[in-house]
Design a protein around this ligand. Sequence first.
Ligand code: CAA
Length: 400
Amino acid sequence: MNFELNEDQKMAQSLAREVAAKKIAPTIQEFDRAHKFDPTLLTTLKEADLLGVCIPEKYGGMGLDYISLGLVCEEMEYADTSARVIFSVHIGLNSITLLGWGNEEQKEKYLTPQAKGEKISTFGLTEPGAGSDAVGITTTAYQDGDSFILNGEKMWISLADVADNFLIFAWSDRDKKEKRDHSGISCFIVEKEFEGVTTGSIEGKLGVRAGNTGWISMQDVKVPKANMVGNPDEGFKIAMTCLDGGRYTVAAGSTGLIKACIDTSVEYCQTRKTFESELRNHQLVKEMLAEMEYGYQAGRLLWMKAGWLKNMGVRNTRETALSKWFCTDQAEKAAYNAVQIHGAYGFSDEYPVERFFRNSKGAAIYEGTREIQKLMQADYVLGIRKDKEARLSIPGYEED
Ligand code: CAA
């Protein structure tokens, strides 16, 4: 085992850290207060080449590995969760799925501009009436000649109102829809520009206020057959592989949030005095800092193990789901404690910890709730759930 980061990984980490410190941190409080997505952020990330960090150079990316992707997510979420979410949907849920499941034409037409940051992408599985119960979706895609006609609504989609390309999951088989047989679900690349597609933003969110979250409505949208990803019966499996990518980025980002809680709290503890002594000298405060460190260090080992499996091209659903559960849980606890350490100041947005606290909540819900992750782990230990290889998967890391 080698726990050292290699030169490429260190480069990705320091590049992301620099971009986050210079371009996100200085303005994040303003955008968060205004519930506004920073319109310049995507251009900044594109110019830094980060939007294709782990996509091979052949398809316009930086050609780095999955640990580098995790490190970038960590640095982004250190600045703000909304920045990390871009990597979760654009790379974790969409681009790496196209890398694994897309055909050469799809990779050339969609993956390459996405990896270069010329087009932004996201993932549409969740609907107003179906979140954890992915088979409960009602969007349909029935064949009409050389096209499919899509009807339905996707909800709680990050970047819905900003992205150009969506991976949409829909029932293409009427009988299987009635029987809730997942092999009746197909996956399609849908462009925002296709006639019948409308998008909007969701207002009034508890957290990730500087992020764009929205809905996608499809009314009689004609999607060419060439835009079907994988085979007609593989949509559900593709959605699950997407989540193997997305959950990994959420886990890695969460350790960035924990680190932000640690650094902010340590700084506060060095200066703030109570009972004639700095906070750092009080044992109950020390306990909270120790618990943050525990979550940070153990969480990193979990997501890095999942990243290592991804680099080897080995199925990692179990490890990724566990890391997502642990890291998001620990981030929630760390943010809760960071507010506590800051006392009344933590209750105002004079300090960033109230934003960390609000932001930490979403990750225990999106990309598979804590409860879904727990059920998966229980089923693994009970032997009810076993991972078998799918026809295709996200490829391991190969140096360009
Ligand atoms: N890779 C490849 N194949 C997979 C797979 C994976 N990761 N996971 C499952 N499969 C395959 C299985 O092998 C199985 O294949 P066969 O039928 O050939 O045996 C098939 O898919 C069905 O698998 P399961 O039996 O595991 O399916 P299930 O119905 O038991 O799954 C569930 C239940 C785990 C709860 C699943 O529905 C789930 O993960 N739900 C949560 C959905 C979720 O996370 N939604 C969040 C959406 S994203 C978001 O919120 C953010 C945003 O901004 C877009």
